[in-house]
Design a protein around this ligand. Sequence first.
Ligand code: NDP
Length: 294
Amino acid sequence: MTSQTDSASRAPARILDGKAASAALLENLRAEVSAGIGAGRARPGLATVIVGEDPASQIYVRNKRRACEKVGLANHHHELPEAAGQARLLALLGELNTDPAVHGILVQLPLPRGADYDEHAVLAAIAPEKDADGFHPLNQGALLQGRPAPVPCTPRGVMHLLAGAGIELAGKHAVVVGRSNIVGKPVALLLLREHATVTICHSRTRNLAEVVGSADVLVAAVGAPRLVKGAWVKPGAVVVDVGVNRLTDGSLCGDVEFDAAAARASWITPVPGGVGPMTIAMLLRNTVDLAWQL
Ligand code: NDP
């Protein structure tokens, strides 16, 4: 642990501004899509599939559809009632897999708990070459082996933010808190690909404070408000907070104590306005890549 003077003598962290980076990415994509179509390429199409009425999922999908419109992607939207069931969802995915106007498919997660949905089977039913979220087991296997494949959007967004700020990763100790298939594990693999030495923490990790305190680059992806204390952060570390937690007063906060961490870190993502906006931009990037096989 370091003393108070460490933080007192440091300039506050610079902000990894996901809102600005996402706006720039979307603008570049808009220009790229327009130029591609002008040159005779097919308009990239993203199918969005939502099952049930979960309000948060409805908002996420609406934002993704709006972004498609902004960038000039075709959006093929499908809503199924919660009671539709696994067989009907799989039948829809079968149709989208063979539809030539659809280049990317996104099934909004989580699926409703009530019916007989099997999330793994649903993700595996998406054609790997249309897997805009990068969640298909074949694509996750490719990521593990370091072969080209669609990369999950949030981890890709994290890496884009780090690269945009010119943060060197080779030889650094990166600590990822969280080991989900959609954030923790893929972000750890991407950090490893950039030659960081990676430690993955989870709910059974002992001495989390100590492990976090040894991180040059910290990625928190837990879903627990302010679990990571600012005092744990190594002076000069880079802090990426993927967590999005809604508090009882309706406000949002991350998994990291922002103010205290910002007093010690060299770079930090805010919540909101950090990793969140990158996820949608990367979904569209993945869709264009799939459409035009970049
Ligand atoms: P999951 O619930 O799937 O995974 C959470 C992980 O955190 C698990 O690996 C769990 O460990 C670990 N964990 C839980 N408690 C602790 C603890 N006390 N100490 C250390 N590790 C712990 O979450 P996701 O990966 O899906 O999402 C993580 C967060 O990121 C959420 O807040 C989510 O809303 C946000 N998110 C944000 C996105 C964005 O666009 N900004 C996109 C996706 C997610 P174990 O495996 O042992 O249970």
